[in-house]
Design a protein around this ligand. Structure first.
Ligand SMILES: [Fe+2]
Length: 280
């Protein structure tokens, strides 16, 4: 039988979405009882890309098909964009579980559980795409989420700070607006899928927050000061357009922390004109 880490590696590097999903379900089954992890596993591989199919073509964020919801193609492009996020989210969660070997077993199992939920989201969204006559890979996509995983591969604290707490938390801000537009079209089935995604993503950001706080405590670092520092160093913003304060509170951000962040980012925007900032 494969060790859990070698199964994680296999799932992460698998280029076939169906096989990747099957391996994630196997990982979830193997993890159900949360048995102690092997301590002498081979060290994690360092790779630039996680396994993904040849399609979609990856292009810069500015070059993806416009998601104009009022045309059938634009609507499908929007569904495809969500599908691609979910596919990347599987790889991101698997990579967190696989890479950071000094973390407690609970950390690994938390991220396997997240990978399992992302796999479910991916299947659901693929089903919605299919219902409109398209498949995953039919539109171009960008690689921003995975790029951030690569940039943070050397430190779980950095990963937790910038991926779940910034990029994944942004999903909580944008999903209600997308859902409202989908509901306007009368696509109740996709609304149901978005509800599941939204519910689960609150839990994923919460897990990221929990481990971010855990690592800060362990290293004697002040979480707020460090977070502000990382945001400015990596040129990222939490407050970009609408911020869903209620969902973020449910996901473990305190109202106090969010207010401080808002003030901090306002002062950053005043000091540095926004055109100099990298879009995330
Ligand atoms: Fe998801």
């Amino acid at each position: 039988m494969h060790s859990l880490y070698s199964l994680l590696e296999q799932a992460l590097l698998s280029r076939d979405p169906e096989q990747k999903c099957r391996l994630v379900r196997e990982l979830a089954e193997r993890s159900a009882q949360r048995p102690p992890l092997e301590k002498n596993a081979a060290p994690p591989l360092d790779f630039r890309e996680a396994g993904r199919p040849d399609k979609p073509n990856l292009v810069p964020p500015s070059a993806v098909t416009p998601r104009k919801m009022n045309t059938p193609e634009g609507y499908a492009a929007m569904l495809h964009a969500i599908c691609h996020i979910e596919f990347n989210a599987i790889n991101l969660a698997l990579d967190a579980a696989y890479r950071f070997r000094l973390m407690p077993d609970e950390f690994v199992y938390d991220w396997i559980q997240v990978a399992c939920e992302e796999e479910y989201h991916f299947r659901l969204m693929s089903g919605r795409l299919k219902a409109f006559g398209y498949a995953y890979g039919d539109f171009d996509a960008h690689n921003h989420l995975w790029d951030m995983a690569y940039k943070t591969a050397f430190d779980p604290l950095l990963r937790m700070a910038l991926v779940p707490r910034v990029l994944e938390a942004r999903g909580l801000d944008v999903t209600p607006g997308i859902r409202a537009k989908v509901a306007q079209r009368g696509d109740t089935e996709t609304c149901g899928v978005l509800d599941i995604i939204y519910r689960d993503e609150v839990g994923h950001v919460k897990i990221g927050n929990y481990w971010y706080q855990h690592l800060c405590r362990q290293r004697g670092l002040e979480p707020m000061a460090l977070f502000r520092n990382l945001l400015s160093r990596y040129d990222m913003f939490v407050f970009r357009g609408y911020v869903n304060l209620d969902a973020r509170e449910k996901a473990g951000f305190s109202r106090f922390e969010l207010e401080l962040l808002h003030d901090f980012e306002q002062s950053m925007k005043t000091d540095n004109p926004p055109e100099g900032k990298q879009a995330v």
